[in-house]
Design a protein around this ligand. Structure first.
Ligand SMILES: Cc1cc2nc3c(=O)[nH]c(=O)nc-3n(C[C@H](O)[C@H](O)[C@H](O)COP(=O)(O)O)c2cc1C
Length: 311
């Protein structure tokens, strides 16, 4: 299981828990890193003080490496990086913006940086400015997706062919089959978001977890294609956002609408935007992070050994 990605992350397995805004905090990241994966705290939407507290929480729980994710376009991106450096975080993932904005400080401080990309062009740019690896995300994935909606199956091998730094595959991976498939395409690591949402440790409402378990292959949709495309579970709120977007509503208007509807009760499955990827259809039960990671490791070994054998 050791390769260039485990070297960069310092983890046992090349499995990254994708950052999830206002969800993956210190405890969740610690639970994943403790079981051999690489947990990531999402800095998006946190004050500097809260981010520092979450990093300290993870450090108090584990002695293993974990990371933080910084969406680069956010005004507090540099502050988040500074906090990561001060708190001794060694590896960060960055998304939604130009890596050149942070790379100089990252390198000066000796951190490792993995940049989320959704096209070959973005991957080449990331490599050219000096990031250590890319996380190539297909449009199957939960949360924000690339505007060109390129799927993981076709994106990964093209990114692998275009750059020399290692590639982590994200979007649509939920079990060992997806992992082995991603490695067959040339990836050296995987990042999962939706699969980690449906774990016991994940601090989201039970109703959100249950909606993922009950989801079918076609239960998600991309809302706000014109604005910031985001993949969510299909429900009343998602359809309302898509309608607003198609009518040309501004991002501020859409955000204001989402703010209002998100104030409803936690168990309301129709009037909340719930980010999730298409892989939700594959997820049949809520399990612990330990069951998920160790189960995938055991199964991936069997699948890899039996590839191509006829029964
Ligand atoms: C609820 C949710 C929130 C997310 N928030 C972020 C985020 O703050 N930063 C980021 O880089 N990616 C974010 N993502 C993307 C994930 O980190 C990950 O790349 C994606 O979920 C992978 O696709 P999958 O859901 O098919 O596993 C989010 C995804 C979900 C489902």
């Amino acid at each position: 299981m050791k390769n260039r990605i485990t070297d960069i992350l310092g983890s046992e397995y090349p499995i990254i828990q994708g950052a999830m805004r206002l969800i993956t905090m210190g405890e969740m990241a610690a639970a994943v890193s403790e079981r051999g994966g690489f947990g990531v705290i999402a800095s998006s939407g946190l004050t500097g003080e809260r981010l520092r507290a979450e990093i300290r929480k993870a450090k108090s729980l584990i002695d293993k490496p974990f990371g933080i994710n910084i969406p680069i376009y956010r005004p507090n991106a540099f502050e988040a990086l500074q906090i990561a450096i001060e708190e001794g975080v060694k590896t960060i993932t960055t998304s939604a913006g130009d890596p050149v904005k942070l790379i100089k400080r990252v390198k000066e401080a000796g951190l490792r940086m993995l940049q989320v990309v959704a096209t070959v062009e973005m991957a080449k740019k990331a490599e050219s400015v000096g990031v250590d690896a890319v996380i190539a995300i297909g449009a199957e994935g939960g949360g924000h997706v690339g505007r060109d909606e390129i799927s993981t199956m076709v994106l990964i091998p093209q990114v692998v062919d275009a750059i020399k730094i290692p590639v982590v595959a994200a979007g649509g991976i939920g079990d060992a089959r997806g992992w082995v498939a991603a490695f067959a395409l040339g990836a050296e690591g995987i990042q999962m978001g939706t699969r980690f949402l449906a774990t016991k440790e994940c601090p989201i409402a039970e109703a959100h977890k249950q909606a993922i378990v009950e989801a079918k292959d076609n239960s998600t949709m991309i809302a706000a294609r014109k604005g910031y495309p985001i993949r969510v579970l299909k429900n009343k709120a998602a359809i309302a956002v898509r309608t607003l977007d198609e009518r040309g509503a501004s991002q501020d208007e859409i955000n204001a609408y989402v703010d209002v509807i998100s104030k409803g009760p936690d168990d309301d499955r129709e009037n909340k935007l719930m980010s999730a990827g298409q892989v939700a259809g594959l997820i049949q039960r809520i399990m612990t992070v330990e069951e998920l990671i160790l189960g995938m490791v055991a199964e991936a070994r069997v699948i890899a050994q039996n590839l191509g054998k006829t029964s």
